[in-house]
Design a binder for this molecule. Structure first.
Ligand SMILES: Nc1ncnc2c1ncn2[C@@H]1O[C@H](COP(=O)(O)OP(=O)(O)OP(=O)(O)O)[C@@H](O)[C@H]1O
Length: 700
C-alpha cells in the first residue's frame, strides 16, 4: 500500500495545523491510523427523506429535500432572526437562524434543491427547523455520509472548538480517498467464508460510511467478532498450555457408585441443563488433562446433585473426593444432604470444620491417609497441613468468590499431581464476563431451574407499611409456612448493625409472642454450636421465624420457608439480595420476598430494588450489577486488557462472544500452534497482538 498509516495527521488534506493540534489534544489522534480507529459511537439514519406534509412536531434527525424560495428578517426581543421559506411539492416550512444571518444570506442559493437536516418545531401554525444542517442536494449525493451518518465520540462537545462531527466526517472521507481504503485482512479466508463476514477493508469503510442499517450491522458484527475472537484466542491458548503442561488423573470408567445412584436412587429426574453439565464434567474427567471447571448455576438450580454425581465418578475410579464450602452452616448442610442422598450407597463421608472435636479430627486424618474415607466435606479446615489425602482425585469448591485463587491452589498441592477441580458458584457472573476473565477455567452453566418452581413474588415496602407486612407474616405462618427476616450485618463486628439486629429481634418477639410463635436467631457472634442448634430448629420446623444476618446468605435450604424479609434492603448489593431471596422458593409453595427500606434511597439503590422486583433471573441481575458496579469491581481486580474493548460490548454482545469463542477453540483444537497455511493470517495477527497489546493498533 502506498500511504503509510503512521503518517502524522497534519499531512491529511483539510486538516491543517490548528485542527491537527485539536485532534491530537482532544481526541488523541496523531496518525492516519488513529483516525481510522476513531469508531463512531452512534449513527443517525439519513436514508429516509420526509415530505413536508408528513412532518411531526419535535421530530429529531429529520431531513427534507426542498428549495429556499425567499428570506425575511423578523425582529425579536434582542436582535433579529433570519427566516427562510423552504418548500417541497407537498408544502412549506421555515428554516430559522438566530445568528450568522449575514453569511447565510450571502451563501445560500435561492430555488436550488437543498437537503435540510435537523429537528422540527411547531411555531405560529407552521413547521420550522432552527439552524438546520443544509447541503446542496447534488453535493449531498456525492457525500459518503448520506446513508447512516456516523456520530463520533466527543465531537458534539468539541463542535464550537472547530472539530464538529461534520469536520471529522469530512477528513475521514479524505483519508479514505488518499489511502484508497485498501487495508490488510486480519481474519482467515476460512472464517470469512464460513461466517460470511465482510472483509476488513469493507468493514473499516462501512464503519465510517455505512449506506444503510443492514450494511452497518454486518460491519459491526465483523469488527466485534474480530475483537472478541483474538481475545478468546489468547485466553484459550493459555488454557491449552495449562492443559498440556498439567496432567490429570484419567477417570476412565463410570462404575457402580454412579450407575447405582443414577438408576436406583436419584430422587428426581435431572433437568436437561444438569445432564448437559454432567456430560461436560465427565468428558473432562475422562481426558488426560486436569479439569479446571467453573460451574455456574442460579440459586436453587440444583448444583449439589451435579457435585455429588461427579464425586461418585471419582469414587468409581478409586479416588477420594472433597467438597469445601465457605461457612460452617453450609458445610453442615451439604454434609447432611449428601449423607441422605448416599444413604444406601455404602460410602464413607465425613465432615471436618473448625468445631470438629479433636478426637474425631484425628480419626478423620487417619482414615483420609489410609484411604478408608472416600468423601470429605468441610470448611477451609480442609486446607490445613494436617489434612492429607491418600489419593484426592476431585476437589469441589462451593462459592469460589469467597476463596481466593491461592486457596484453590493449596488444595491442589494436597497430592503429587493436582486433583480435578470443580468450582461452583451461585452468584452468577455474567456469561460474557466469565468467558472473558476465566481464561484458565472451562465453564459450565446450569441455566434451567427444576420443574414446578413458582417464581418468587418480590415487593418493595417502606418502613411505614410494617404493620401490613407483619399481618402478611401471620397469615403465612397460619398456613404452616416459615419466615426469614434478615438484617444487614455487613461487618460482623459492627456494633451499630448488631444493635439493629437485636432491636429487630426484640420487636419481632413482641409482635409474635410465645408460645404461639417460636423464633430462631442466628448471627456471626454466636458460637458455631449455638448457631447450628438454632439453624436445626428452624430446619426441623420447630421455629417459624428465623431472624438472622447474612450468615444464611449462601446455600441454606429450607423448602418450607416461603417468605424472605430483608431489612434495610438498600444497604445490600444486588447479588447479595438475590442470594438471600434464593433462600425461599425452594419448595412447591408460592414464595415472597419483601424488601424493606426507609424513604431515603440513592439512585443506585432504587435501580437495585427495581431490578429485584422485576426479575428472578440471576444472570439478568448479574448484568445489572455489572452495569452498576463495573466489571473491575465485580471481579475484585481490574483485569485490564481483557475488558478494554473498543467496539464490542461485554454486556450486549454475548452471542458474538460465544461464536468467537467457539471458532477460536475450533481452530486451536485442530491447529494448536497455528502453523497450518490456512491459519497464517491469524498467526500473523496474533503475533502483532502481543506486540501492540491492542488489536486495533495493527491495521496496515
Ligand atoms: N432436577 C431436579 N428436579 C427437582 N428438584 C431438584 C432437581 N435438582 C435439584 N432439585 C432440588 O432443588 C433444590 C435446590 O438444589 P440445590 O440445593 O442443589 O441448589 P443449588 O444450585 O445448590 O442452589 P444454591 O446455590 O441456592 O444452594 C434442592 O431441594 C434439590 O433437591
Amino acid at each position: 500500500m502506498s500511504v503509510n498509516l503512521q503518517t502524522p495527521i497534519d499531512y491529511l488534506k483539510g486538516v491543517g495545523p490548528n485542527r491537527a493540534d485539536l485532534l491530537r489534544k482532544e481526541l488523541g489522534i496523531h496518525t492516519y491510523q488513529d483516525l481510522i480507529n476513531l469508531f463512531p459511537n452512534r449513527y443517525i439514519d439519513r436514508t429516509h427523506y420526509y415530505k413536508i406534509n408528513k412532518l411531526q412536531r419535535n421530530n429529531a434527525d429529520v431531513q427534507v429535500i426542498g428549495k429556499i424560495t425567499g428570506f425575511k428578517e423578523v425582529a425579536q426581543k434582542r436582535g433579529k432572526r433570519l427566516v427562510a421559506t423552504f418548500q417541497d411539492e407537498t408544502g412549506t416550512m421555515e428554516l430559522v437562524w438566530f445568528r450568522g444571518q449575514k453569511w447565510i444570506r450571502e451563501n445560500l442559493k435561492l430555488n436550488k434543491p437543498y437537503v435540510a437536516f435537523g429537528k422540527t418545531n411547531w411555531f405560529s401554525s407552521k413547521f420550522n427547523m432552527a439552524h438546520p444542517d443544509l447541503e446542496l442536494l447534488e453535493e449531498h449525493e456525492k457525500n459518503l455520509r448520506s446513508g447512516m451518518q456516523a456520530i463520533y465520540p466527543s465531537t458534539e462537545k468539541l463542535s464550537n472548538k472547530g472539530i464538529s462531527n461534520r469536520v471529522v466526517g469530512k477528513i475521514m472521507q479524505q483519508l479514505f480517498i488518499e489511502t484508497g481504503g485498501k487495508f490488510t485482512e486480519t481474519l482467515s479466508e476460512n472464517l470469512l467464508s464460513e461466517l460470511k463476514l465482510i472483509s476488513k477493508k469493507d468493514a473499516l469503510f462501512n464503519v465510517h460510511f455505512p449506506k444503510n442499517q443492514k450494511l452497518l450491522s454486518k460491519t459491526q458484527y465483523r469488527l466485534k467478532f474480530e475483537e472478541l475472537f483474538y481475545i478468546q484466542l489468547q485466553l484459550i491458548l493459555k488454557n491449552l498450555i495449562h492443559k498440556s503442561k498439567i496432567k490429570g488423573f484419567p477417570f476412565e470408567k463410570v462404575g457402580d457408585y454412579f450407575n447405582s445412584f443414577f438408576n436406583d436412587h436419584l430422587p428426581f429426574e435431572l433437568t436437561n441443563a444438569q445432564k448437559r453439565v454432567l456430560k461436560e464434567i465427565r468428558a473432562d474427567l475422562g481426558s488426560n488433562a486436569q479439569m479446571n471447571r467453573l460451574l455456574q448455576g442460579d440459586v436453587g438450580s440444583g448444583k449439589t446433585i451435579v457435585a455429588l454425581m461427579s464425586m461418585l465418578i471419582a469414587l468409581d475410579n478409586d479416588f477420594q473426593a472433597c467438597l469445601m464450602a465457605p461457612t460452617e452452616i453450609l458445610s453442615v448442610q451439604h454434609y447432611n444432604g449428601l449423607l441422605e442422598l448416599c444413604n444406601s450407597l455404602n460410602i464413607s463421608i465425613k465432615l471436618l470444620t473448625g468445631s470438629t472435636k479433636t478426637s474425631d479430627r484425628k480419626k478423620i486424618h487417619e482414615s483420609l491417609e489410609n484411604g478408608e474415607l472416600q468423601i470429605l466435606i468441610g470448611t477451609h479446615a480442609l486446607l490445613e497441613d494436617k489434612v492429607r489425602f491418600k489419593n484426592l482425585g476431585l476437589a469441589i469448591i462451593d462459592e469460589q468468590h469467597r476463596f481466593g485463587v491461592a486457596q484453590r491452589s493449596k488444595l491442589w498441592k494436597k497430592n503429587t499431581s493436582p486433583p480435578h477441580v470443580l468450582v461452583m458458584t451461585a452468584t452468577p457472573i455474567p456469561r460474557t464476563l466469565a468467558m472473558s476473565i476465566y481464561g484458565d477455567l472451562d465453564i459450565s452453566i446450569i441455566d434451567e431451574l427444576p420443574p414446578g418452581r413458582k417464581s418468587i413474588k418480590t415487593v418493595h415496602r417502606y418502613d411505614k407499611n410494617r404493620l401490613n407486612v407483619f399481618r402478611f407474616i401471620r397469615e403465612e405462618i397460619d398456613k404452616g409456612r416459615q419466615i426469614y427476616i434478615v438484617y444487614p450485618l455487613i461487618q460482623e463486628s459492627s456494633a451499630m448493625d448488631y444493635k439493629d439486629l437485636m432491636d429487630g429481634y426484640e420487636s419481632i418477639s413482641r409482635d409474635f409472642p410465645m408460645p404461639k410463635y417460636q423464633i430462631s436467631i442466628v448471627h456471626g457472634k454466636m458460637k458455631p454450636a449455638d448457631k447450628d442448634y438454632e439453624m436445626q430448629r428452624f430446619i426441623k420446623g420447630e421455629t417459624q421465624i428465623m431472624v438472622a444476618t447474612t450468615v444464611i446468605e449462601v446455600g441454606v435450604n429450607v423448602p418450607n420457608a416461603s417468605v424472605m424479609i430483608i431489612e434495610s434492603a438498600e444497604r445490600f448489593g444486588l447479588s447479595q439480595l438475590h442470594q438471600l431471596r434464593g433462600r425461599v422458593g425452594r419448595g412447591a409453595e408460592q414464595s415472597y420476598c419483601i424488601l424493606m427500606t426507609s424513604h431515603k434511597l440513592s439512585n443506585d439503590s432504587k435501580i437495585r430494588l427495581e431490578t429485584m422486583v422485576k426479575t428472578n433471573d440471576g444472570f439478568e441481575i448479574a448484568e445489572v450489577d455489572l452495569k452498576l458496579r463495573g466489571p473491575g469491581d465485580i471481579m475484585g481486580t481490574q483485569q485490564s486488557g481483557v475488558l478494554n474493548l473498543k467496539i464490542a460490548d461485554i454486556i450486549k454482545d454475548n452471542d458474538i462472544l460465544q461464536s468467537a469463542r467457539f471458532y477460536a477453540k475450533k481452530i486451536l483444537q485442530s491447529d494448536p500452534a497455528l502453523s497450518k497455511q490456512e491459519n497464517h493470517t491469524i498467526l500473523n495477527t496474533y503475533r502483532q497482538l502481543s506486540k501492540y497489546k491492542n488489536i486495533w493498533n495493527y491495521i496496515s
